[in-house]
Design a protein around this ligand. Structure first.
Ligand code: SF4
Length: 129
């Protein structure tokens, strides 16, 4: 904490500078940035602890720029096997897939914040050990 910030939050109202909001229910820009930094640090830790991407929520679109770059398709059977490297390569048996292999979708380490189709595929596919 900097010298300008009190470490005891109960004294914040007394010693805040003119640039700080006097209403303690308001979050200063600095506090918001600190919280964002903590969240960014905690999420990968949660992933390590749970083995799953804790922030994954929305399904990956095939129109996503990175998905396009990696030729992601949510139905691997529609990808030319010569491009795909075989017919047995799916997200559910890829090392980057951290979801339930029997589920319809799951998190992928390559696309944090998104869910990929378990029957999908992309160029980053690597056989799960
Ligand atoms: S890295 Fe693996 S799990 Fe992720 S989209 Fe590509 S093939 Fe699917």
């Amino acid at each position: 904490m900097s010298e300008h910030q009190p470490s005891d939050t109960s004294k914040q109202g007394e010693s805040m500078s003119e640039h700080q909001p006097s209403d303690t229910s308001k979050i200063s820009r600095r506090q918001a940035m600190k919280m964002a930094g903590v969240a960014a640090a905690v999420m990968p830790l949660a992933t390590l602890l749970t083995g799953r991407a804790a922030w994954a929520q929305e399904k990956l679109s095939m129109d996503d720029p990175m998905a396009k770059a990696l030729q992601y398709h949510d139905d691997a059977s529609k990808v030319d096997p010569s491009i795909r490297g075989g017919t047995d390569r799916f997200c559910h048996n890829c090392i980057q897939y951290t979801g339930d292999p029997k589920g319809a979708t799951g998190p992928c380490n390559i696309f944090p914040g998104k869910l990929v189709s378990s029957k999908g595929w992309c160029m980053s596919w690597v056989k799960k050990g």
